[in-house]
Design a protein around this ligand. Structure first.
Ligand code: ADP
Ligand code: MG
Length: 331
């Protein structure tokens, strides 16, 4: 049985399909909806200051990242960003905050060709004299050709597991900001950039449409998001720790800190995907073409009872982490 936020979704928000518009079913990064001749990918993400952003987060970064995380879900589906809707709850009117938020939001909207087509603006609820902090919900839509689109359900035993970029940077940034870990100034700056301004991998996602068998973005942590692929695809996986791409900023940390950051740290918005071994050289070409670092970190295998995802070092030592990743309602 699934736990935490996924148990809530399973129990209260999953229904048999009805109505004319259908998707492939809940559980992927986007719903792929066929509206006739067009296929549209749709995703929605809600974020609150204090939960998804630090209480004093720079509003320009908040605007950028609120859209970036949605574009990242479109990337995971291989969809090209086209439009988004913005719903925002504000405790008060603060024009300086709003101007900066809007700058960050619209800069990414423009460079990604994703137009703001509507939304809603409300005041947040008050408890006594205190109003709830800024809450943002963005729904983004992307275009796909008929019948195309990546999901989490197609991984097959023998497939390679790939990730883009490096993992664990955003988590290390948070740990540094909380004072739990100490990074050198240059390293801290580079991981802050990764936490505040993640790069949605849309060009990569689109280029993988005919290559990847399954794809997800790493928002909750590699073990959690690869875990979603394994669950949906009903397969298992072996990951080689030594192959997991770690930035030089993180290399200065202890081995266990690197493992915690890269395996269970979320918020990197890289893509984790699977592809048949025979297509490995084509995946490498896509990396070159889209100027994205791509690394093969393991293999999909048959599902066995017990642990479905095994991470080992080159010497065969199994690596464990306190949790698999982030869950808003972890129990
Ligand atoms: P992501 O992290 O990629 O945004 P989630 O892990 O939040 O995706 O969600 C997993 C799946 O559950 C997605 O397919 C999402 O659309 C669906 N989902 C999440 N919350 C709800 C809800 N309240 N009602 C219906 N579907 C939901
Ligand atoms: Mg996602």
């Amino acid at each position: 049985m699934r736990r935490g936020e996924f148990q809530i979704i399973d129990r209260f928000f999953t229904y048999e399909g009805f109505g004319e518009w259908r998707s492939q079913g809940i559980g992927d990064d986007c719903a792929l909806i066929d509206t006739g001749t067009e296929r549209i990918a749709v995703t929605t993400d809600m974020m609150a200051i204090g939960t998804h952003f630090l209480p004093n987060a720079n509003p320009e970064d908040v605007g950028y990242k609120a859209l970036a995380v949605n574009l990242s879900d479109l990337a995971a589906a291989g969809a090209s960003p086209r439009a988004f809707f913005l719903s925002i709850g504000l405790p008060e009117r603060d024009d300086a905050w709003l101007a900066a938020f809007s700058r960050g939001l619209m800069s990414l909207a423009q460079t990604s060709g994703c137009a703001l087509l509507g939304g809603d603006t409300t005041r947040t609820a008050a408890v006594g004299d205190v109003r709830a902090p800024v809450t943002i919900s963005i729904t983004a839509m992307g275009a796909l050709s008929e019948g195309k689109g990546l999901g989490r359900a197609g991984a097959r035993p023998g497939d390679d597991i790939w990730v883009s970029g490096t993992l664990g940077d955003a988590y290390a940034a948070l740990k540094h900001r909380w004072g739990h870990w100490q990074l050198m100034p240059d390293a801290a700056e580079s991981v802050f950039e990764r936490m505040d301004r993640p790069t949605p991998r849309n060009a990569l996602g689109s280029a993988l449409l005919d290559l990847a068998t399954a794809c997800a973005d790493v928002s909750d942590g590699l073990k959690a998001d690869l875990g979603h692929i394994l669950e949906r695809s009903e397969v298992g996986a072996d990951v080689l720790w030594d192959a997991v791409p770690i930035s030089s900023a993180l290399r200065a940390l202890s081995a266990s800190a690197q493992q915690e950051a890269a395996l269970m740290g979320g918020d990197d918005y890289e893509l984790v995907f699977t592809a048949p071994e025979a297509l490995a050289h084509r995946v490498e070409q896509v990396g070159l073409l889209t100027q994205t670092r791509l690394t093969r970190i393991g293999k999909i295998r048959e599902k066995v009872s017990g642990d479905n995802l095994t991470v080992r070092t080159q010497n065969g030592v199994i690596i464990t982490t306190p949790t698999n990743g982030f869950d808003h309602f972890a129990v």
